[in-house]
Design a protein around this ligand. Structure first.
Ligand SMILES: O=C(O)CCC(=O)C(=O)O
Ligand SMILES: [Fe+2]
Length: 267
């Protein structure tokens, strides 16, 4: 794992709300992580959240065609866990966000199948059970991600315009801009990647992906992280039922089993 960020990467992340990081994983690491991810997908069958999370059902219709989505693979696979909960990765997250510590929120593999639908413009953080301007995700390409097969796109600076209002990922690519018209005034930037490249995006940065016009799967592994000290906002998201019921808004989310600390050594 190449876990060294340049000062330029950190400053462009803070300005734009996203940054690309080439060759994060070596070819051997991509092979290892991809095999582990695909093994989890097979093992999980129709279960969407591994390891005891909320019992979410696979969607029907349009969203089913956006991707095959399986969450919290780290809970059932030691290889996925080693990568996604790596302290060296955790340190990069803290450097990017300028915070002291990060917990894992949830990982997810997002496989845009051949001829898969586009991923509409959206924000991530409004879905989660805490609100923070310093939450972020890593998106790792395990296969090439191209303009043809649905690579990621980002709107620079949109994280500074966003609130926690959730628009939801629907069928209309542009619904987000009904709530945030100013975001549509900036040119989006695409993020084509080779296997092993990754991007980081802030939980309030507008992003999406095009359709997969090819016959090959676009396979990505992603993970979202929550700053240490974040508090419950009342939404269940993927929290297990019993844990969700035990929480009241304002409680600190500090369950070391469900949201372990990835790094706590400071930025
Ligand atoms: O992979 C995609 O198409 C969307 C990814 C995404 O929304 C995310 O990682 O937050
Ligand atoms: Fe997203």
């Amino acid at each position: 794992m190449n876990t060294t960020l340049t000062p330029q990467q950190i400053s462009s992340y803070q300005r734009d709300g996203f940054v690309l990081h080439r060759n994060f994983l070596s070819a051997g690491e991509v092979t290892e992580l991809k095999a582990a991810v695909l093994q989890c997908v097979t093992e999980m069958g129709k279960t969407r959240v591994a390891g005891g999370g909320a019992n979410l059902q696979d969607p029907e219709g349009y969203y089913k065609g956006v991707f095959t989505q399986r969450l919290n693979l780290w809970r059932i696979n030691p290889i996925v866990k080693r990568y996604m909960l790596s302290p060296q990765l955790g340190r990069m997250l803290c450097q990017l966000e300028g915070v002291k510590g990060m917990r894992v929120w949830h990982d997810q593999t997002l496989i845009k199948e051949p001829f898969g639908n586009p991923t509409a413009w959206h924000l991530d953080n409004p879905y989660w059970s805490f609100y923070s301007r310093h939450a972020l995700s890593i998106w790792i390409a395990l296969e090439e991600a191209t303009l043809e097969n649905g690579c990621m796109w980002f709107i620079p600076g949109s994280h500074k315009l966003a609130t926690y209002e959730n628009v939801g990922i629907g069928q209309n690519l542009a619904d987000l801009f009904k709530i945030y018209p100013k975001m549509a005034e900036t040119d989006p930037v695409s993020g084509p990647m080779q296997p092993g490249d990754c991007s980081f995006h802030n939980g309030l940065c507008a992003h999406g992906a095009g359709a997969n016009m090819t016959r090959k799967r676009r396979i990505a592994m992603t993970c979202a992280y929550m700053p240490v000290g974040s508090t419950f906002n009342g939404q269940q998201n993927i929290l297990p039922d019993a844990y969700f019921k035990s929480l009241k808004p304002g409680d600190t989310l500090a369950n070391d089993d469900w949201n372990p600390i990835v790094y706590a050594g400071g930025a």
